[in-house]
Design a protein around this ligand. Sequence first.
Ligand SMILES: NCc1[nH]cc(CCC(=O)O)c1CC(=O)O
Length: 309
Amino acid sequence: MTRARPLRIGTRGSPMALAQTGMVRDRIVAANPGLETEIVVVSTVADRVLDRPLSEIGGKGLFTKELEQALFADSIDVAVHSMKDVETWLPDGLVIACILERDDPRDAFLSAGEANGLADLPAGARVGTSSLRRGAQVLMHRPDLTIVPLRGNANTRMRKLEAGECDATLLALAGLQRLGMEDVARSVLSVEEMLPAVAQGALGIECRARDDAIRALLAPVACATTTTALDAERGLLAELDGSCRTPIAALARIQGDRLSLDGLLFLPDGSRHWAVHREGATSDAAEIGRDAGAELKRAAGDVYFAHLK
Ligand SMILES: NCc1[nH]cc(CCC(=O)O)c1CC(=O)O
């Protein structure tokens, strides 16, 4: 495959983003021997505003908007994203051309002291997280713990943990693994204790919908099973109009041609939650997801969503 110029791969500039983009680049090149590539770093709101929780900054696409603008401006050809950060509705003209095989979707537990898990933490201990989903689930199991805000990339959050800003924190295991730092985890939380975010652990590549030649380069690195799982999880999220302000968790698991989907919606203080479980054929993934999302929406009621806006 010869191209007139290198494939320009856009990414955020955090160490985790650069690590995962390097892995994705290697996969693209392995599937397209001889392809020239160039990594282009694009800074996003999430990288620039570090003193406030993302749920407070609000707006959509905090991790993705500038990368999408760069795609429209033709200053990059593809953008590598953590699918967890990608809006359920993409702007017209852009597509997620390919979703790669998912890494471990679970959350890792890190602590500054002795604790090896949430159950070990003493009453009143401070768990640092700005994720409403993680905070709500921590409080669901341990209402006696205190959630304190903790922003910044993984390395920053670990530094803040060591500096005593909190007693424990939670980070996506997949991210730690990509940084080669999974040994900092004291344990990995089970999905029963901490249901992951929609799409956690999966990477995706976005490009211009009309760039057929580029889509053909990406097609061979796609993972059908992960794509199906995310169809279900993202279908659920779409029904709930999920944003960083909505504490939602969902995980689809696939065996052969069967799919099971678990979803949870919480009040941010963990005092209430609504659960949904669905099983069905993988060919119905998106519909199963939307159906599950609609059930959560009915169960929680309009008042729930009105107060999040
Ligand atoms: N919100 C930032 C973000 N987006 C994706 C990941 C983890 C990597 C992944 O899910 O692929 C992280 C960091 C974290 O949650 O610890």
